[in-house]
Design a protein around this ligand. Structure first.
Ligand SMILES: N[C@@H](CCC(=O)N[C@@H](CS)C(=O)NCC(=O)O)C(=O)O
Length: 215
C-alpha cells in the first residue's frame, strides 16, 4: 500500500489526502511526530531541503515530496486521477493551486508561526498585517469561488479546502465574501475533506492561536 508521511493536523498533509480520497486510493498515513522517529527520519531524508511533509512513498519505491507534486504524480500515473487537473482547465487549476498555497496557506502560517515564536508576546502588528493580507486575498478569490469546490474535486480544491479551513480561524471570512464563505462550507461538507477534519479533531488544541468552537 502507498505510504503518506504527514500528520492529521497538517494542512499540506490534508491537501494530499483529499486528492488520494477523491481518487479512491488507499494509503497508510505514517504519522510524523516525536512518537514515530522512523517516520521523522524518513521525512528528514526525503522531505526536500527543509524536510517538510507530506511525502508520498509508492510500493515501487518512488518518493515524491511537495503536496502539489504529489498530486501531479497521481495525475501522471493513474487514469482515475485525471479529474484533479482537467486538461481544459489545467492552467487555471495550477494557477489557483499556487494562489491558495502562496497567498492563503503560507500567509496564514506567518501569524501561526509568530504565535509559536513568542506565545506570551507575539508581534501583534505582524499578525494584524497577516489578517489584512487575508482579507485582500479573500476579496480577490470572491468572484472565482462559486466555480470551485464542485464534484469532482480538482487540485485547486485540494489546496483550497485546508487553506480556507485554517485561514478562517485566523481571519474569519466576512459578509463581504459570501461566495467564498459558501465555498469553504461546501468543501468542508465533502466526504474527502470531512475525513480530514474529523481525523484532525483530537489535535485542535494544538492550534497556536486557539481553535474556535465551530467546524
Ligand atoms: N510547500 C510544502 C509545504 C509543506 C509544509 O509546510 N509542511 C508542514 C506541515 S503542514 C511541515 O512540514 N511542518 C514541519 C516543519 O516545518 O518542520 C508542500 O506544499 O508540501
Amino acid at each position: 500500500m502507498i505510504s503518506l508521511y504527514g500528520h492529521p493536523f497538517s494542512s499540506y498533509t490534508w491537501k494530499a489526502e483529499i486528492a488520494l480520497h477523491s481518487c479512491g486510493i488507499e494509503y497508510r498515513l505514517r504519522q510524523v511526530d516525536p512518537g514515530h522517529p522512523d517516520n521523522t527520519a524518513f521525512v528528514a531524508e526525503h522531505g526536500g531541503p527543509f524536510a517538510k511533509f507530506p511525502v508520498l512513498e509508492e510500493e515501487d519505491g518512488t518518493i515524491v515530496f511537495e503536496a502539489s507534486s504529489i498530486i501531479e504524480h497521481l495525475v501522471a500515473t493513474r487514469p482515475d486521477a485525471a479529474h484533479l487537473i482537467p486538461a481544459d482547465r489545467a492552467l487555471e487549476i495550477r494557477n489557483l493551486d499556487r494562489v491558495f498555497d502562496n497567498y492563503v496557506m503560507n500567509v496564514m502560517n506567518v501569524a501561526v508561526l509568530e504565535q509559536l515564536r513568542a506565545p506570551d508576546a507575539p508581534d501583534t502588528a505582524r499578525q494584524d498585517e497577516v489578517r489584512a493580507q487575508l482579507r485582500r486575498v479573500y476579496a480577490w478569490l470572491e468572484p472565482k469561488a462559486d466555480a470551485l469546490g464542485r464534484d469532482p474535486l480538482t487540485m485547486a480544491d485540494c489546496a483550497a479546502a485546508p487553506a480556507l479551513f485554517y485561514a478562517d480561524w485566523v481571519e474569519e471570512i466576512g459578509p463581504a465574501c459570501p461566495d467564498l464563505k459558501a465555498l469553504r462550507e461546501r468543501l468542508n461538507a465533502m466526504p474527502e475533506v470531512r475525513a480530514c477534519i474529523d481525523a484532525a479533531y483530537p489535535f485542535r488544541q494544538l492550534f497556536p492561536l486557539g481553535a474556535p468552537d465551530r467546524d
